[in-house]
Design a binder for this molecule. Structure first.
Ligand SMILES: *Cc1c(COP(=O)(O)O)cnc(C)c1O
Length: 403
């Protein structure tokens, strides 16, 4: 091999074709800025899909990576380790939960959550109580169980038979939920705000009814906070804003700032149904991942940091609204904290990715959430000047598309 830079074309020769990556290849990042092989600069409003919560190359993250890297990476769950104990202590102190299970991705944390919910119901009420209620447009990962619970049929197509006993209902529809829930329901699974599904927030009244029905039917409320957790919505977890408490919660993306780590949190009375030997993960809870997540929590879970996220959110939304006033391309600017969406108006239906492409061309990374929504999920520590510079680029991109 020569030391010529590897090109995007190589992707098609050596990779499974399940992704269609951009033509440029990023090589370096700092804060909310990224540079590609050609030295071209981008402002990062994508945050690696709501993952790089404290930004690229954060000095304290680098120090933690080095420090723990020199000590211990992995031993397996035959032994516990100090970073895992510390992280579990932090997570239980900061949330409703009493117990933590560590995994490596959002899908794995959800897999654990869904298995635990079924196991709990099986142990306490018998095998009949195994049905899961989930919501249309919901996203929970790409394993077979998680695509089965997910509310987008296209992710299940051709992978059948799917996991049985799952019902999908319209999100925020109390009447549909009341009609579907029964003594056979073991869990209701929801995101506090649907990320992949289009930046759709749960109505507080809906969330409250979900909780009531779970209590009434002795079902567990599983809150998927893989995307919304770790400060993304301006509180450490999104459920706090809905005035309800889940029984199980999953957290991943922002927790590791790009290092693969995930957690399933549960109350003690639920967690006890994962007895010794019932579930596990080779890497889950390894010292390197846990030390990193622990540092992310240190950096984010501070009142002034969380409140700054809300201030940045207002600033960001006002900037988006101002662009929309000049170019009239979206019907709604929505989301909370730093998980924001611009929903296309009638004229631009289906064209979110056209705007995304135009943004990339002027040096701005944004995301989409389905065909009709431009999604932004930058670092939670993004400086206001980067928000302003990025919005100026977005305006250029919008001007090009709208004309
Ligand atoms: C991204 C996401 C997942 C899946 O996480 P992976 O780490 O990709 O497995 C699950 N649930 C939600 C809400 C997500 O946004």
């Amino acid at each position: 091999m020569s030391d010529q830079p590897l090109k995007r074309e190589l992707f098609d020769q050596v990779m499974v074709p399940n992704y269609a990556p951009a033509t440029m290849i990023p090589v370096r990042g700092e804060g909310s800025r990224v540079w590609d092989q050609e030295g071209r600069e981008y402002i990062d409003f994508a945050g690696g899909i709501a993952v790089t919560s404290v930004g690229h190359s954060h000095p304290e993250m680098l120090a933690t990576l080095q420090e723990q890297g020199k000590k211990l990476w992995h031993l397996s769950n035959v032994m516990t380790n100090e970073p895992a104990l510390k992280l579990a202590q932090q997570l239980t102190a900061a949330t409703f939960a009493d117990r933590v299970f560590f995994a490596n991705s959002g899908a794995e944390a959800n897999e654990a959550a869904f298995k635990l919910a079924r196991r709990y119901a099986h142990n306490k009420f018998g095998p009949e109580k195994h049905e899961i209620i989930a919501f249309e447009q919901g996203f929970h990962g790409r394993t077979l169980f998680t695509v089965s619970v997910g509310g987008q049929a296209k992710y299940r197509e051709g992978f059948g038979p799917a996991i049985e006993g799952i019902t999908h209902l319209p999100y925020n529809d109390i009447a549909a939920l009341e009609a579907a829930v029964s003594d056979k329901t073991c869990a209701i699974v929801m995101e506090p705000l649907q990320g992949e599904g289009g930046i759709n927030a749960a109505a507080p009244a809906f969330a409250k009814r979900v909780r009531e029905l779970c209590d009434q039917y002795q079902a567990l409320l599983v809150m998927d906070e893989v995307q919304t957790g770790v400060g993304r919505l301006g509180t450490l977890y999104g459920y706090e804003q809905l005035g309800i408490t889940p029984d199980i919660l999953t957290s991943a993306k922002g927790l590791g700032n790009g290092f693969p780590v995930a957690a399933m949190l549960a109350s003690a009375s639920v967690a006890e149904h994962f007895e010794v030997g019932t579930h596990g993960s080779t890497y889950g809870g390894n010292p390197l991942a846990c030390a990193i997540a622990s540092k992310v929590l240190d950096l984010i879970n501070q009142p002034q940091v969380l409140s700054a996220i809300n201030t940045k959110s207002k600033h960001f939304k006002a900037g988006l609204a101002a662009i929309n006033e000049r170019y009239n391309f979206c019907a709604e600017i929505r989301g909370s904290g730093l998980l924001l969406g611009c929903a296309m108006n009638k004229q631009y239906q289906g064209q979110a990715s056209t705007f995304q492409q135009a943004a990339a061309e002027v040096g701005l990374m944004v995301l989409v959430a389905g065909p009709d929504v431009i999604r932004m999920a930058p670092s939670l520590l993004i400086p206001d000047t980067d928000i302003d510079d990025g919005l100026a680029l977005l305006e250029q991109a919008v001007a090009k598309v709208v004309g």
